[in-house]
Design a protein around this ligand. Structure first.
Ligand SMILES: Cc1cc2nc3c(=O)[nH]c(=O)nc-3n(C[C@H](O)[C@H](O)[C@H](O)COP(=O)(O)OP(=O)(O)OC[C@H]3O[C@@H](n4cnc5c(N)ncnc54)[C@H](O)[C@@H]3O)c2cc1C
Length: 525
């Protein structure tokens, strides 16, 4: 994945692309992988960095969604459980099994959640991760020593999947590129092109780094822009109605000591009728999330004060050592691209998590909604529609058994470079050639300098933010540590890109400004 090569391939192409995908999140990357592996020529264009939108801000679960079972959406749960199994099979370096405990404080909870989770196991069928079981009080505390003990009767344990979202995204882009696709970050689509009959037959995109404009033709244009879906639809039709109801969710990241072991907690019914998770992730504890309807889509939304209070209060009800504001190492906020429905006004938690495929009168193919977990199935569905719409060759989907870039078995997820899978060896090689690159960049985070060099050379990272937010997860794990790492990362990038000191200083300044938001300094009231 080298950006200059990607730009050169865009410039060279005179033929129309079979498929142009707008948006480099989970949905767009999935479509690019699906289309490229069916043999189509594919160009993916991302306005910012890959995963800059919602796809780096999830709860990090590859799951069926116990909550959707409670809502009676059995088909969504079954589909997601199947996709969970397929994803672990195709990306064992990136998806692993985590045990969750639902703690029981009332007599009815063990039979109630016990039966619910047995159904969850059943729906997974051959894709199951392990059987759910009832735990005694002692067994529960053995797994979760930091749980509030007062009134605890026992628990129910079940299995689900966990991943690193932006890392999987980079590996999906790499998979698409391995199969011939071209993918460009920092390349916004600014206009759609139409033929004489008013059908969308291409796009105008810009390279944000040089302002070079590209007029590009395509047999099918896929709009996979998540919360920005309606912006693109209005490029095709100014009068297009609103499809997306944005809903914000926050996560607080705490020290690992708040959970200690490798078991997660699932609170099945919070005061606002949702679920709350406390999950061990990259040697930290992630707690979330919320579901707050908001007016507008944006890249860096601020958390609301009530959301922070709600997460801290709910966590305090279940943990013997209640987390406080000053314990928060990082706070990150994401916006769900939910599809509007009749439903109860203002309540986005009741909106469906199913995906929607929509073809406008202009022939623009929009895919929106769904979940990270179901990206593969969403992509298959989208490309099937694209084949009909663009009169493309009827080739079958092959992603069911397709290994994701870096595929490697028997990896210990707690091992330093585990998420890179088979690429880890090459990163170690970079460090071997220049021993100063084996240096850890901060004592509280495991990242080494060679990862920065690798991100710049092979993963199209262009800025300090790209490296600290999405190639590594420093910003999401510990914002102050990330700020401390920024000058070293900027110098390493400047050396790779042949930039001067002034460039590095500006990069650090820009990053610090953004990172401040992750330190709980700024909130919406
Ligand atoms: C708080 C929260 C928790 C979640 N937890 C989970 C979970 O644990 N498990 C799970 O399965 N799912 C989870 N989800 C859902 C999941 O994260 C989303 O469904 C998924 O990331 C959406 O991906 P997307 O590609 O559609 O959108 P995005 O990731 O937002 O990608 C859209 C991309 O389009 C780009 N774009 C916009 N306009 C243009 C343009 N003009 N030109 C080029 N590019 C453009 C944007 O820059 C963006 O990168 C969660 C969501 C939230 C908000």
């Amino acid at each position: 994945m080298k950006r200059e090569e990607m730009i050169a391939r865009v410039r060279e192409r005179s033929e129309p692309w079979d498929v142009i995908v707008i948006g480099g999140g989970a949905t767009g990357a999935g479509v690019a992988v699906d289309a490229a592996t069916r043999g189509f020529s594919v160009l993916l264009l991302e306005r910012e960095d890959f995963a800059k939108g919602t796809s780096s801000r999830s709860t990090k679960l590859v799951h069926g969604g116990v909550r959707y079972l409670e809502q009676g959406n059995v088909s969504l749960v079954m589909e997601a459980l199947k996709e969970r199994g397929i994803l672990r099979q195709n990306a064992p370096h990136l998806v692993h099994d985590v045990q969750f405990v639902v703690p029981n404080y009332s007599w009815w909870e063990a039979p109630f959640y016990g039966i619910g989770l047995k159904i969850y196991d059943l729906l997974a069928g051959k894709y199951g991760f392990g059987k759910s079981e009832l735990l005694s009080r002692e067994e529960t505390l053995e797994r979760l020593p930091t749980l509030r003990q007062d009134g605890l009767r026992g628990g129910v344990i079940y299995h689900d999947g966990q991943f690193d979202d932006s890392r999987l995204l980079i590996h999906l882009i790499a998979t698409a590129v391995d199969h011939g696709a071209v993918a460009l970050n920092y390349a916004p689509v600014i206009e759609l092109q139409k033929d004489a009959d008013g059908f969308v037959d291409g796009v105008i995109a810009v390279d944000s780094e040089t302002s070079e404009r590209f007029t590009l033709q395509a047999r099918v244009v896929v709009n996979a822009t998540g919360i920005f879906t309606d912006e693109i639809r209005r490029m095709a039709d100014k009068q297009a109605d609103t499809m997306v109801a944005p809903s914000q969710g926050i996560h607080l990241v705490l020290d690992r000591s708040f959970l200690r072991g490798n078991t997660a907690v699932m609170v099945p019914h919070t005061s606002d009728g949702r679920v709350l998770f406390a999950i061990p992730w990259h040697e930290h504890t992630v707690v979330g999330t919320t579901d707050t309807p908001i007016e507008h889509a944006s890249y860096e939304p601020l958390p609301f004060e009530q959301e922070i209070e709600f997460v801290l209060e709910t966590a305090s009800e279940y943990l013997s050592w209640p987390p406080k504001r000053e314990d928060v190492l990082s706070i990150y906020v994401g916006i769900r691209p939910l599809v509007k429905a009749g439903g109860e006004a203002g309540k986005t938690s009741a909106l469906s998590r199913d995906h929607t495929i929509h073809i406008d009168q202009s022939g623009l193919l929009t895919i929106v909604g769904g979940k990270w977990t179901t990206y593969r199935h969403m992509a298959e569905d989208t490309v099937n529609h694209a084949i009909t719409l663009g009169k493309l060759a009827d080739s079958p989907c092959v992603t069911h058994d397709l290994h994701i870039h870096g595929y490697a078995e028997n990896i210990d997820p707690h091992e330093g470079l585990a998420v890179y899978g088979s690429d880890a060896e090459q990163i170690l090689q970079v460090a071997k050639e220049r021993p100063e690159l084996a240096k850890q960049l901060h004592p509280d985070l495991p990242y080494i300098a060679a990862e920065v060099v690798w991100a710049a050379r092979m993963e199209m990272a262009r800025s300090v933010e790209d490296v600290l937010a999405r190639r590594t997860r420093a910003l999401f794990l510990n914002a102050h540590a990330a700020i401390a790492m920024a000058p070293d990362v900027a110098s390493l990038l400047a050396a790779e890109f042949g930039k001067d000191k002034a460039w590095a200083e500006t990069e650090v300044k820009n990053f610090n400004q953004l990172a401040e938001q992750y330190t709980l300094q700024k909130t919406e009231v």
